[in-house]
Design a protein around this ligand. Structure first.
Ligand code: NAP
Length: 253
């Protein structure tokens, strides 16, 4: 289905739906080969791959849980086996929890949040560093971490654990960017505001983006495509001097 030759190659975690899907399709439009990782929704992942191919790129769907080390290694292996050495990672997979008072959080809730949003993001970034660092035989490249403006707002009364998990992603971005710059890898984060995706329904608030989006300076929620524009800019030419940057795509929120 895919060949080894030419073009640039990317793995997008959580590429099956929402922001990750928009990034995958936009990368396809620009000629990238895209590893579309997903957790369980195979139908959505296959639809995204089809859309990537229709847009002119190459794509494969790769099931895997970012919180499991063996899955992470396997998803990078599968992408490189299909396309060749990686040029970029969009480290995007993430979850929210139900709106809840902090004092009522269960241990299991917090454990899941930090396993997926923090450990998962760190594992994927580590794997990308191992494969893309020039001193390790890689080509260099770009890592884009999908953080959230919750990291500076705190998400009080909603999900303070989620906000903290994204704070860890911001801090990783700055440290990794400085550590990996000599190895030819740029590391930046995007901090989306209220974006219209299914993540809000998964946290029990399907109307959240529309309801709170109306209260923002721009008076609306953002779209996944508007976040993808920034992510694709960060992996392509034109952003060459950016590293360790935290870019808010949040309509002024
Ligand atoms: P979404 O629509 O809920 O999509 C989540 C994606 O992540 C899906 O592709 C899902 O796969 C995948 N995923 C979930 N858990 C995973 C795991 N353990 N391993 C691998 N993949 C996993 O979410 P979204 O709104 O696009 O959010 C994407 C990222 O942007 C997240 O990191 C989120 O925190 C961040 N963000 C979103 C907003 C917003 O308002 N939407 C704002 C700020 C930041 P399946 O399809 O298989 O379930």
């Amino acid at each position: 289905m895919v060949s080894q030759a030419g073009g640039k190659h990317i793995l997008i975690t959580g590429g099956s739906r929402g922001i990750g899907r928009a990034c995958a399709i936009m990368a396809g439009q620009r000629g990238w080969s895209v590893g579309v990782n997903y957790a369980g929704n195979e139908k959505a992942a296959l639809e995204t791959v089809q859309a990537v191919q229709k847009a002119g790129g190459r794509g494969i769907a790769i099931r895997g849980d970012v919180a499991r080390e063996a899955d992470v290694i396997a998803m990078f292996d599968a992408t490189e086996k299909a396309f060749g050495k990686l040029d970029a990672l969009i480290n995007n997979a993430g979850i929210v929890g139900p709106k809840q008072a902090f004092a009522d959080y269960s241990f299991e809730r917090m454990q899941r949040m930090f396993e997926i949003n923090v450990l998962g993001a760190y594992l994927c970034a580590r794997e990308a560093a191992r494969r893309m660092a020039k001193p390790r035989g890689g080509k260099g490249g770009s890592i884009v971490n999908m953080s959230s403006i919750a990291s500076r707002l705190g998400a009080a009364g909603e999900y303070v654990d989620y906000a903290g998990s994204k704070g860890a992603v911001d801090t990783m971005t700055i440290g990794l960017a400085r550590e990996l710059a000599p190895d030819g890898i740029r590391v930046n984060a995007i901090r989306p505001g209220l974006i219209d995706t299914e993540i809000h329904a998964s946290g029990g608030q399907p109307d959240r983006a529309a309801r709170l989006g109306a209260t923002t300076p721009m008076g609306r929620a953002g779209t996944a495509d508007e976040v993808a524009e920034a992510a694709i800019w960060l992996i392509e030419n034109g952003s060459d001097y950016l590293t360790a940057s935290l870019i808010d795509v949040a309509g002024g929120r």
